[in-house]
Design a protein around this ligand. Structure first.
Ligand code: SF4
Length: 187
């Protein structure tokens, strides 16, 4: 299979709004401060210790490791892998709902790590502000098919030829809103 490599974060972004993938590509050279809004900044700082690999000094926990899947053409970063439990965890600042985008992100990390030779028995999310954990099932055949279909949709997406479905509730939480030429929200 020939395809371009996707960043794992794009899987979640595409579920949120496919057009945001296009805007991310257009504006990726800008400084974050040009488009990050407060919720994203809070989430970013919540993640920063993980991204820096500084959250845990325990040898039984890997934090913030880059992962890659040649098979799926994916690259990204995990949050935490616990050797003892063989558990992969994605932390978010505050989780109210387990969105499909969250699941796709964690499954992408999972497939990367499996391909890299890690053993994973458990998957889960952790909501930092309320200290809640949410398990996610190891993907079965049906879930793998759903995951692969989603990757195909992203790779086939033509931002300039596709109607953008505008959801103002999403737009008002979108980091690209001030720069987006599709939104009907007045900033
Ligand atoms: S502002 Fe709205 S239409 Fe534009 S990328 Fe964000 S969610 Fe999509």
């Amino acid at each position: 299979m020939e395809y371009h490599t996707l960043n794992i974060s794009q899987l979640n972004d595409f579920v949120f709004c496919p057009y945001s993938i296009y805007l991310h590509t257009v504006y990726q050279t800008l400084d974050d401060d040009n488009y990050y809004d407060l919720p994203q900044i809070k989430g970013k700082y919540a993640h920063q210790t993980v991204d820096d690999g500084t959250y845990s000094t325990k040898k039984s926990v890997i934090t913030g490791m880059m992962v890659y899947s040649e098979y799926y053409g994916l690259v990204g970063r995990i949050d935490q892998y616990f050797f003892d439990d063989k558990k992969l965890v994605e932390r978010k600042r505050s989780i109210k709902t387990i969105y499909d985008g969250y699941k796709l992100q964690l499954y992408a990390q999972y497939f990367c790590m499996i391909e890299m030779g890690f053993v994973i028995d458990k998957l889960g999310f952790y909501s930092m502000v309320d200290n809640k954990s949410y398990p996610l099932a190891i993907p079965d055949d049906k879930t793998i098919h759903w995951f692969e279909t989603h990757l195909n949709h992203i790779r086939q997406y033509q931002p300039l030829d596709t109607h953008v479905h505008i959801n103002e509730n999403k737009c008002q939480h979108c980091i690209y809103c001030p720069l987006c030429d599709k939104t009907t929200l007045l900033i």
